[in-house]
Design a protein around this ligand. Sequence first.
Ligand SMILES: [Zn+2]
Length: 133
Amino acid sequence: MMNCPRCGTEWPASAAYCPSCGTPRSEIERLFLDAARVANRAVDAGVSALDRAAVAIQPTVNKAVQAIRPAVDATAKALEPVARDVASATKEVANAVGPVAEKAVRKTKAAAVKAADATQRAARKVSARARKQ
Ligand SMILES: [Zn+2]
């Protein structure tokens, strides 16, 4: 169902004419196309208005960035030693954990090898028993 753009009456989209005012489908479609064209033009106008606005506020944005920059630079400079401390502390922790981690990996590997051996032995036993039957 759609509404006739001329008289507002609801009519089935498959009908060739508006049942109320008799406007033909082609006329309806032309009216809708016109409406779409008007809408597109409005959107284009909005976009170019936005572009103009962006150009107009650019100096203000630049001024704001320039005003903020010293504060940002100062903050970055103040944080530099902290960042260096964190980096060296991370390195120390990594160095301290390194040998422990290696030991854990070695132990895990040994356990995995033992488990694999046990599984192989069990599998051999099972297949040997199956052959006997
Ligand atoms: Zn109509």
